[in-house]
Design a protein around this ligand. Structure first.
Ligand code: BGC
Length: 745
């Protein structure tokens, strides 16, 4: 390839295509959104979901998909997306989004999986594997630290390496290592002052170096700041096209010696690998039908829905006098706004789906896009509820309340909907709320209604799925992938979201989602992992393959779960690890395993997990690596983060001790953690050590003893000078520092 041709491969052809090189048989391939369906624009292009795209299946959005906790099911969705892509000749579908839900206000939370990185990574990997099984690529996005829409193109995120690794990057890490996406899309924002599109640490060291990514990276649409700098940092492709001038810039930079041609060659090779992986495995007539995909969309929506509350009113009997109330019953909100917006080829409403199951009366109750009550609609709905056995209200957030491009400023549903629910509760004691929303809402009426069924943005078949669940054709089986707080102010990012100007501080550190609510022992509306069923489950017989685990070992964890109800149903069994070690701040518990299992009534199934060292590790910024402290850990198995049914203890064998980076400021307490430190220092400070030893063991007793110990423990090395009668000089201290660092090598 000529240098010009190579430069061309690193800059898009137009809005959705890469360049090809005709004379060399390199095809020009298309990439497009996604990721909950296909948004292929045949006509005018945009990245905001404005112009029409070819009709396709709209599956439940990521926020819903995660609630299935079902890798296989998400894989099936991926396969269906891959089929759509093959049919439409799309080489890469832009998604899934693996950003962590730092705040429930993020306008794009409906496109993200969870507040938890383990769940995020597992579900993202399943999605990726599903799509790519059809020889179509994915673009894992938005890498990284894109957790808000406000000023998303300029905001500079300050987070700290530990929280970044444990919370925000860990989901991407798992998705990359397990799912092996063909491409990764970098985010718009900056991290510590550097745009993601030109961050060599992110794109080279972490993504390729540590995680073994071997595909290509592309910018989010318009995220390129300096194209040449991006390529030098490890970026492969700027999208959409920057025009011919950008190619000329690259050529000039190489000729002038500012950009190594080797970097260009490598970047081009990485792009071509993906282009040919697609082109050589093209399947022009994939074997699928949109009709079958609609059925799949209904099954998936059913598996994702979360039954948040039920006093026994659900499932409904088709003989009861039932009212469906709320505009969303007739016209559901089933997807979010922006680049993921699909032109769904068929949408089933609950009102339509219920016709084959029961006779229901209907009143719209509110105007879908309005915040204000329409008194006539309200009165009509109340009158209908009064004469019904059960009032099922379809409620949630209108499009204008949440979308890509802007963040929410509160968690309230429209006033008219809250007022409607309250008014219905006043005249009917069996009010069931079915929710259509992309992220948590405050529910001031939660204690007054009989049941709440969270459908999220459940895709084009959400209406059918709601009816299946309401009438008990199948039991609800989803569980929350995020916490529903009592109120916005309880959220850990509340004081630092969305930041000031172009700067945002993730001051809450690791304590995101349930990690925060658990640490603060705060009441929440619905906890992470919560979800009810029409069946009941008993957990028994938690057992571990061993009581002690070597640092390089694997622990098998098994538990028996019995369906003690009368209906066959699926249960999501969750495994959390609790560590109570001193010295390092750790969340109370962290999700490290989950399995979804179908259990027939009266039957028992054994659920297994395996854990290795990473499940017990935290990220230690001093060694820039994961570290698992030896000692006891509690394994907690339960039906939600706040419904732990069984616990067991395992002892992790100690690993290599952490190095102590010694300086003159290092405390004596820290130094004494270094194996051999006392012996090494003996000749130099024997007398002083003895004095401290005496203080350690002094017969002072009580507070005085404790004080003496604390003084010794917290004294820095340079402080020894004052207690050595002038024997220890700065040179002596420096020699000790050298020696202490030496003995650790
Ligand atoms: C979004 C991406 C999307 C791209 C292309 C951007 O605005 O952030 O998620 O894939 O547009 O439409």
């Amino acid at each position: 390839m000529t240098l010009e041709e190579k430069a061309g491969m690193l800059n898009g052809l137009d809005f959705w295509h890469l360049k090809g090189v005709g004379r060399l048989g390199i095809p020009s391939v298309m990439v497009t959104d996604g990721p909950h369906g296909l948004r292929k624009q045949a006509g005018q292009a945009d990245h905001l979901g404005l112009n029409a795209s070819v009709p396709a299946t709209a599956f439940p959005t990521a926020a819903a998909l995660a609630c299935s906790y079902d890798r296989e099911l998400v894989g099936e969705v991926g396969q269906a997306l891959g089929d759509l892509c093959q049919q439409e000749d799309v080489a890469v579908i832009l998604g899934p989004g693996a950003n962590i839900k730092r705040s429930p206000l993020c306008g794009r939370n409906f496109e993200y999986f969870s507040e938890d990185p383990f769940l995020t990574g597992e579900i993202a990997a399943a999605h990726i594997q599903g799509v790519q099984s059809r020889n179509v690529g994915t673009s894992l996005k938005h890498f990284a630290m894109n957790n808000q829409e406000t000023r998303r193109m300029t905001v500079d995120v300050n987070c700290g390496e530990r929280a970044m690794r444990e919370i925000y990057l860990a989901g991407f890490e798992r998705a990359v290592k397990k799912g092996k996406p063909w491409t990764v899309m970098c985010s718009y924002n900056k991290i510590d002052g550097v745009y993601s599109s030109e961050n060599p640490w992110l794109l080279r060291s972490v993504l390729r170096g540590e995680w073994g990514f071997d595909g290509f990276t592309m910018t989010d649409w318009g995220a390129c700041n300096d194209h040449v700098r991006g390529i030098a940092a490890g970026l492969n492709l700027s999208m959409p096209s920057l025009g011919d001038a950008a190619d000329a810039d690259v050529v000039r930079a190489v000729r002038e010696g500012r950009l190594d041609e080797k970097a260009v060659d490598e970047a081009v090779a990485e792009v071509l690998n993906v282009v040919f992986r697609y082109a050589e495995n093209r399947k022009k007539d994939p074997d699928f039908s949109l009709g079958a995909q609609h059925h799949l969309a209904r099954k998936v929506a059913r598996e994702c829905a979360v039954l948040l509350k039920n006093d026994g009113t659900l499932p409904l009997s088709s003989n009861a006098k039932i009212a469906f109330i709320g505009a969303f019953a007739e016209s559901p909100r089933y997807q979010g706004g922006g680049s993921s917006h699909i032109n769904a080829y068929e949408v089933t409403s609950a009102l339509e789906a219920v016709r084959s199951v029961a006779k229901v009366a209907y009143a719209p109750g509110y105007a879908a896009e309005s915040n204000d009550t329409d008194p006539a609609l309200l009165a009509e709905a109340v009158a209908l509820a009064k004469e019904s056995d059960v009032a099922v209200v379809f409620a949630g957030l209108p499009d204008s309340f949440e979308s890509e491009g802007f963040d929410r400023t509160h968690l309230r549903m429209p006033d008219c909907q809250n007022e409607l629910i309250r008014a219905l509760c006043a005249v009917n004691c069996h009010v069931v709320v079915v929710l259509h929303n992309g992220a948590p809402v405050e529910m001031p009426w939660a204690d007054d209604v009989s049941a709440i069924l969270e459908m999220y943005l459940g895709g084009q078949a959400v209406g059918g799925a709601s009816v299946d669940l309401l009438f008990g054709a199948v039991s609800p089986s989803g569980k929350l992938a995020e916490t529903f707080p009592m109120r916005l102010e309880d959220n850990p990012s509340y004081l630092n979201f969305p930041g000031e100007g172009d700067h945002v501080d993730y001051a809450e550190g690791l304590y995101v989602g349930y990690r925060w609510y658990d640490a603060r022992r705060m009441p929440v509306r619905f906890p992470f992992g919560h979800g009810l069923s029409y069946a009941t489950f008993e957990y028994k017989n938690l057992r571990l393959s061993a009581g002690t685990l070597a640092q390089d070992g694997t622990l098998e964890v098994k538990v028996d779960v019995t369906n003690t109800g009368r209906m066959g149903a699926k249960e999501i069994v969750q495994l959390y690890v609790h560590s109570a070690h001193e010295g390092v701040s750790r969340p109370v518990q962290e999700l490290k395993g989950f399995e979804k299992v179908y259990i027939a009534p009266g039957q028992t199934e054994t659920v297994s997990f395996s854990l290795c060292r990473r499940a017990f590790s935290y990220y230690n910024p001093d060694i820039h690596d994961w570290y698992a402290e030896g000692g006891k850990y509690e394994l907690r198995v339960g039906a939600s983060s706040r419904d732990i049914r069984l616990t067991a203890e395992v002892e992790l064998e100690p690993g290599k001790p952490l190095p102590v980076r010694v300086t003159a400021d290092t405390t004596f307490g820290d130094i004494r953690k270094i194996p051999g430190a006392d012996e090494a220092l003996q000749p130099v400070i024997g007398g002083i050590m003895q004095a401290f030893g005496t203080m350690d063991n002094a017969s002072m007793g009580g507070a005085a003893n404790e004080m003496a110990n604390a003084m010794v423990r917290d004294m820095p090395l340079h402080g020894l000078k004052s207690f050595s009668n002038g024997q220890l000089t700065d040179e002596g201290i420096e020699a000790m520092v050298r020696q202490l660092n030496e003995i650790q090598k």
